[in-house]
Design a protein around this ligand. Structure first.
Ligand code: AMP
Length: 542
């Protein structure tokens, strides 16, 4: 498929809002693709270039992109940034700039979707000295050959934000429809291999190819997630349940085969090199080929340390050793997905726990099995007293459902009102905080648009401020005075005392006493709270 045809589909999808018509149009597009094109286009249409688990990253921040575009249109970078600030949409701004330049350029080769992908892959593989320059040259080539509409979607792909409202759920349904296969088989294959593009390719081959898919070592599986709930409800629904401490750290998945292992983060990134101490602790004591699921927590002098410490270690690529001395990490394993060639995701938790206890003795999260509310409440109190966040209560009969935030796992923790919001801007701090951002501008979403709802500056200590600066510094789009505009890519969980109506922010609402709780490293910007949910919370309270 030519990239212009893909772009035209994107344009039609962007203008649509209905779920059914979206699925129909995506399915029409998928039916046109060859087996070679399917993996690429399926990832593109959900705003991804590589599968989540792939170590490849395009690694082009807004700055590099704007520089390349500026060259192609014969302008200064500042002019590109100005246009983006004016339209508030990098894709459309770049489309407009390319359209203006178009009148003077005659030579263009047509872009194919697979060629665009290969170019991205080459960019991702460029490393070391001079790599920035090479990346810019590749981008210039791509944008030099792009028509205005193609440039809109190329830019958004580079920034990993396609904004056409096509979620993974839509694509799963579209795959089933395009290739006349059962949507349950599509779902099952997706849970196992975690790459919709590959699932689409298999679906084209037929039902049998899909059925043959199983989870594999060194291909991370999406993590099962939890909902909020109550002890009483869980006991009422399931009788005997399993309860474990809810550790406040970072999720990890441990894959081991023979004497090698890899560790993946909640976002399925390979973080093995950043966590040599976890490798040292687990590798010698795990007695089989396995995939384990658990939480890593930070400990100092025997006491759990806040989650921020763990995040810092997960993000560390250089000088790992000096950090391992400062912050000790300890794994707590609570599930097993694979044991010596056998997938366990369809086995009930009760059986998985038996496997888990066979493969390691230490590092397992203690589990209380009980059917009485009283003893579970005592356990909850013990967890809080020991400094943990609360407890997880799990249905012993449930299977492991990758990526699903279901009712089989329920979290019990003290009530706090929080929202998950995208960080879209910041302000430089003052005094000793002058080299860091002191406050952050937050936005909710409304049908793909990001709308500001407030700023947060409270609840962030100096150490976290430094960490946040490191995370945001490559996402700066532009500055004006002390204000900085950031590419929306990071999600904060923010507490507040009240939601008020307010003319100061575009959303029409503002948070009273906003307080930083944590970085939601498991959430993408598309998953943040919506304007509707803020409105509902506001109406419920008044
Ligand atoms: P939340 O992030 O508040 O939605 O809570 C779910 C998260 O709690 C999981 O994704 C894990 O990272 C974490 N967690 C901590 N302890 C456990 C446990 N024993 N079982 C499952 N998840 C746990």
């Amino acid at each position: 498929m030519r990239f212009i045809d893909f772009s035209r589909y994107c344009e039609r999808l962007e203008a649509m809002s209905g779920r059914l018509e979206t699925i129909e149009l995506v399915s029409e597009m998928l039916a046109l693709l060859t087996e070679g094109e399917l993996p690429v286009v399926v990832r593109f249409v959900t705003g991804r270039i590589f599968p989540d688990w792939s170590p490849l990253k395009v690694g082009i921040g807004p700055n590099l992109l704007y520089e390349a575009v500026a060259y192609v249109v014969g302008e200064k970078k500042a002019a590109v940034v100005e246009e983006i600030n004016r339209t508030g949409d990098a894709g459309k701004a770049i489309e407009h700039l390319i359209a203006t330049k178009e009148q003077t350029s005659f030579f263009r080769t047509e872009l194919e979707t697979t060629e665009v992908y290969q170019e991205f892959e080459a960019i991702a593989r460029t490393e070391g000295k001079g790599s920035q320059r090479e990346k810019i040259l590749s981008l210039r080539k791509l944008f030099g050959n792009a028509s205005p509409l193609e440039a809109r979607y190329l830019a958004r792909l580079v920034l990993e934000e396609l904004r056409i409202g096509v979620g993974e759920g839509n694509v799963r349904d579209a795959i089933a429809r395009a290739f006349h296969v059962d949507s349950a088989s599509v779902e099952h294959a997706y849970q196992a291999i975690n790459d919709l593009g590959e699932v689409a390719r298999l679906a084209k081959q037929g039902e049998e190819a899909l059925q043959g898919v199983a989870i594999q070592l060194f291909r991370p599986v999406k993590m099962m997630l939890a909902q909020q709930g109550t002890i009483a409800e869980m006991v009422q629904d399931h009788g005997e349940v399993a309860a474990e401490f809810k550790y406040d750290g970072s999720r990890f998945q441990f894959h081991k085969q023979g004497s090698t292992c890899r560790i993946y983060s909640r976002k399925l990134e390979d973080v093995t090199d950043a966590l040599p101490d976890i490798v040292r602790q687990l590798l010698p004591v795990v007695k089989a080929d396995v995939i384990l699921d658990g939480e890593v927590i930070a400990v100092k002098e025997g006491k759990p340390r806040p989650f921020q410490f763990v995040l810092r270690r997960f993000r560390r690529k250089h000088e790992v050793s000096s950090y391992t001395e400062e912050i000790e990490l300890v794994p707590h394993v609570f599930d097993i997905l694979y044991h010596n060639g056998q997938s366990l995701i369809d086995s009930p938790l009760r059986e998985r726990r038996v496997h888990l206890e066979k493969v390691i003795s230490g590092f397992i999260a203690p589990q209380l099995k009980s059917s009485t509310v009283n003893s579970l409440e005592t356990f909850y109190q013990q967890a809080l007293d020991a400094g943990h966040e609360g407890i997880m209560v799990k249905d012993l009969a449930s299977r492991y459902t990758p990526g699903v935030r279901g009712k089989s796992w329920v979290k019990i923790k003290p009530e706090v009102d929080t929202l998950d919001l995208a960080v879209i801007g910041a302000e430089w701090g003052e005094g000793r905080r002058a080299h860091f951002f002191g406050s952050f501008l937050l936005a909710c979403q409304d049908k793909g648009k990001l709308l500001p709802v407030g700023k947060v500056a409270t609840g962030i200590n100096d150490e976290t401020l430094a960490l946040l600066y490191e995370m945001f510094k490559d996402l700066i789009v532009s500055q004006s005075g002390k204000e900085v505009f950031l590419e929306p890519s990071i999600v904060f969980e923010v507490g507040y005392s009240e939601i008020q109506q307010s003319p100061n922010y575009e959303s029409g609402y503002a948070l009273r006493f906003p307080r930083f709780v944590r970085v939601r490293d498991d959430k993408r910007v598309e998953e943040i709270d919506s304007l509707d949910s803020i409105r509902q919370r506001y109406e419920k309270r008044s």
